[in-house]
Design a protein around this ligand. Structure first.
Ligand code: NDP
Length: 251
């Protein structure tokens, strides 16, 4: 069954909070050993501690996705401690807003360096280990913003998320004959810690814009990632799964 990840090692970048934490929880519940990457050591360790009651082991590996050597060190440590790497969820991302008038090269580069280059660094650093895995899997957290829709005030973010898909499709073709699949999950509006403080009315208005009339949960993204990471999904590569409650379906 695809829910059984006993003995497999899953790396989740940005796994300390939000969607990444949901992904980490779902894999740990399914028996995987989970390596949580984030810059803040304390929150990453806190998350590992929280999910340590699940069947799989969880451990924090502080690193910065914008820094390739730091990611290479983290992947080496993870492979050493867990005996390899089978699944990589490139999920870390940032989404500060800036209108075109407010935009500067620094703001643009900060977002593209984290979201797009960070995804490339994550894949590059994990590849030596994924190649040795029985069924290597890469799952990228993109977004509906960019690949499907635009979002005024977030042009750099939309560009970074659309670029992830060009990278994903090319990597999928490059790695297909090595048994490694590369796919992306495109979340819609997901209830994370960051949104929780926005107030009941704001969240209700967001939910009302979604056909299912509710925001997605972080686990909704985790289960889509879990399916793509399963050995049974080995014939699926270079694809996207939109998880948005029907928000972007044309009428
Ligand atoms: P959060 O802000 O809740 O979490 C972001 C995570 O990424 C944290 O663990 C953070 O840890 C980590 N992170 C940020 N920068 C870096 C870095 N340079 N190196 C390593 N880790 C980093 O974000 P969400 O959970 O909301 O979003 C996660 C992903 O989902 C993103 O890629 C986002 O674009 C995508 N997404 C989110 C949606 C939503 O509704 N929330 C909708 C669509 C897509 P730390 O700061 O300690 O490094």
């Amino acid at each position: 069954m695809f829910q059984n990840f006993d003995g497999r090692t899953v790396v989740v970048t940005g796994g300390s909070i939000g969607i990444g934490k949901g992904i980490a929880r779902v894999f740990a519940k399914s028996g995987a050993n989970v390596a949580i990457i984030a810059r803040n050591k304390e929150t990453a360790e806190q998350c590992a501690e929280e999910i340590s009651s699940f069947p799989g082991q969880a451990k924090a590996f502080p690193a910065d996705v914008t820094d390739l050597p730091s990611m290479e060190r983290a992947m080496e440590n993870i492979a050493e401690q867990f005996g390899g790497i089978d699944v990589v969820c490139a999920n870390a991302g940032i989404f500060p807003s800036a209108t075109l008038e407010e935009m500067t090269d620094e703001k643009w580069d900060h977002v593209l360096n984290t979201n797009t280059k960070g995804t490339y660094h994550t894949v590059k650093a994990s590849l030596p280990y994924l190649k040795k895995a029985d069924a290597g899997r890469i799952i990228i957290t993109s977004s509906i913003t960019g690949p499907v829709t635009g979002y005024a005030g977030w042009s750099h973010y939309a560009a970074s998320k659309a670029a992830q898909l060009g990278f994903m499709r090319s990597a999928a073709l490059e790695l297909a004959d090595q048994g490694i699949t590369v796919n992306a999950v495109l979340p819609g509006n997901i209830l994370t810690e960051g949104l929780e403080g926005m107030g009941e009315d704001y969240l209700q208005a967001m939910a009302n814009a979604i056909p299912t009339k509710k925001l997605g949960t972080v686990e909704d993204i985790g289960y889509a990632a879990l399916f793509l990471a399963s050995k049974e999904a080995g014939f699926i590569t270079g694809q996207t799964i939109i998880v948005d409650g029907g928000q972007t379906l044309p009428e």
